[in-house]
Design a protein. Structure first.
Length: 567
């Protein structure tokens, strides 16, 4: 009997182990390691993508989200080879460097057949829709115009010396402009909040330069009260671009040429901000030194707070951060936003981030990589990401406006009274549909209807009676969609040629950093620094002395209590 029971036990154990192994095989999970900026994707999108991946492939997916804070941090980690990641989201100049180092796999996203043919048999092609047609073509045009053919500079690469197109290696994700965040109320108080004044100053706003000169040729300040109230971005590349644009429009580059004899004044925006010859570097350095008397300081993340606290009135800003700051600055008493974002008419910087795939990615993750990149260009996904991040998705506005799910996502997130989208389901093929937005009363909404919201979101405008008026009445610019704005206002304000994209500084990077550090440190009074240092040392010494004294008192108290007990 015992032998029979033992036999049965062995059989049961074997059956259990086989079942467990089968279950493990059935529950096998794929993986995707994403390397991205912090807070640079809508939180729920990763979960939604995992569900989408399982629907398309029949396999579960685990996404691992790793973040970096600067392009340089990302580049260091990738070049050292201590990071096994599958997909990365660098900025344009960092993508250029990765291509030069031959560290990326070609994606060929804009060749649909080539892209789709790389999928394994696990991907159900009938459930896949290629979204490259949703991407804003202007971004790719600007990339090809600025970067052209990129040469592989890695001598150990088999492709050393060969050239590549960036558009074959990356897929656009987010983009934006560089401009000026300012306190509208303070500008009104200084009587400089009008179209003629600010459009005459343009980038000179950051230098308290009105764009006008007195009889002796000296700068006439935009406002005396602006001195000491200007913030500059603590970023070499952004501050360099803004300064070069200022030098151009202020006439300080008139008659000057680069090493090849080309006049700076004849250069396009892209050519100018990518010029880093010694003469221009010296001009930029001197302009930044001259600016020091006008500065409140340098910042990266706290400009909005300083502007709202009236510590500063002006800040060099990225469009997404500026839009967030403006929207957060609404004042019920003023019935207006306290802050504004100004895009100078003369010239401007256009930047973008995009997805690339390192050669050291896990080759077994390629289905997840390709599906993820394409998934982000779905209109409803782009809409959710724009709301969460604040920047402009590379998905063109018309693709979003034409997609009911994308409209429903925006109406939900921006609290729009839009009954026309109440019945839009997350998955139109689901047996029990889950609707994207809930029904809500009109008086509880921030926008009374979809038309009002569409004007605000896509055109930065609103109805004033029967007339459509720009929210940005000074520069008439569309913060979120500069390509659309450039086309609309090309005759009166700007065109796409006025927007430049920055390349990597290459061999001149060290010289640019040196000039920046010199300008940044010049004019700093050593006495206050010494005073603060002495004070800090005194506080530290005092703290140590206090701790020692407290310990002595504590020991004395313990001894006294012990003596009392003994007595």
């Amino acid at each position: 009997m015992k032998k029979f029971l033992s036999f049965v036990s062995v059989v049961l154990i074997a059956v259990f182990m086989l079942s467990a192994l089968a279950a493990c095989k059935k529950e096998e999970t794929d993986k995707l390691v994403i390397y991205n900026w912090a807070d640079y994707i809508f939180d729920e999108e990763l979960d939604d993508f995992e569900a989408y991946y399982q629907d398309v492939t029949g396999r579960k997916l685990e996404t691992v989200y790793v973040t970096f804070d600067t392009n340089e941090t990302m580049l260091t980690r990738l070049t050292k080879g201590d990071s096994n990641v599958d997909v990365v989201c660098p900025s344009e100049y960092a993508i250029q460097k990765l291509i030069e180092m031959d560290m990326l796999l070609p994606m060929n996203y804009f060749d649909e057949d080539a892209y789709v043919n790389e999928f394994s048999a696990n991907v159900d092609r009938s459930k896949y829709v290629h979204n490259s047609g949703n991407v804003e073509q202007g971004i790719c045009d600007k990339v090809n115009e600025t970067f052209g053919s990129i040469e592989v500079l890695n001598e150990s690469s088999d492709d050393y010396g060969k050239t590549r197109r960036m558009t074959d290696y990356f897929v656009p994700y987010m983009y934006g402009t560089l401009g000026i965040l300012y306190n509208k109320e303070e500008f009104r108080g200084m009587q400089i909040y009008d179209e003629e004044t600010l459009n005459n100053a343009n980038w000179g706003i950051l230098f308290n330069d009105s764009g006008k000169r007195d009889a002796e040729g000296n700068i006439i300040p935009l406002a005396d009260e602006l001195a000491g109230k200007i913030l500059l971005k603590d970023s070499i590349r952004d501050s360099y671009a803004a300064t070069v644009f200022y030098l151009l429009e202020s006439g300080r580059l008139d008659g000057l040429t680069n090493d090849e004899g080309k006049a700076y004044a004849d250069m396009s925006a892209s050519e100018l901000i990518n010029a880093v010859d010694d003469r221009l570097l010296e001009e930029v350095k001197q302009a930044l030194i001259d600016q020091k008397d006008q500065l409140f300081g340098y910042e990266v993340d706290f400009g909005k707070d300083d502007l709202l606290a009236d510590n500063a009135y002006v800040d060099l800003a990225w469009s997404g951060d500026a839009m967030y700051a403006v929207e957060e600055s609404w004042n019920d008493e003023l019935d207006d936003y306290e802050l504004g974002y100004y895009l100078p008419h003369s010239t401007g910087n256009l930047w973008f981030d995009g997805w690339v795939v390192p050669k050291k990615c896990d080759p077994t993750h390629m289905d997840a990589i390709r599906l993820f990149i394409n998934y982000l260009n779905r209109p409803e996904v782009a809409a959710a990401n724009m709301y969460s991040i604040g920047y402009s998705a590379a998905v063109k506005p018309q693709a979003i406006k034409d997609d009911p799910r994308a409209c429903a996502v925006l109406a939900r997130d921006y609290v729009v009274y839009a009954p026309e989208f109440w019945d839009v389901a997350e998955d139109p093929n689901a047996e029990k549909p889950k609707y994207i937005m809930e029904k809500i009363e009109q008086e509880d909404c921030d926008f009374v209807d979809w038309e009002e919201f569409e004007l605000y979101f896509f055109h930065n405008s609103y109805f004033d009676g029967d007339e459509i008026v720009s929210y940005d009445e000074i520069s008439h610019s569309n913060w979120r969609y500069p390509f659309e704005s450039a086309q609309t206002n090309a005759d009166n304000y700007r065109n796409l040629d006025s927007l430049g994209v920055m390349r990597d500084f290459g061999d001149k990077n060290h010289d640019v950093v040196t000039a920046w550090n010199y300008a940044r440190s010049t004019g700093v009074d050593a006495k206050p620094i010494l005073g603060w240092t002495v004070l800090a040392v005194a506080v530290a010494v005092g703290a140590v002395f206090l701790v020692i004294q407290l310990k002595r008192v504590a020991r004395h108290t313990v001894r006294s209590r012990n003596n009392e007990k003994e007595n």
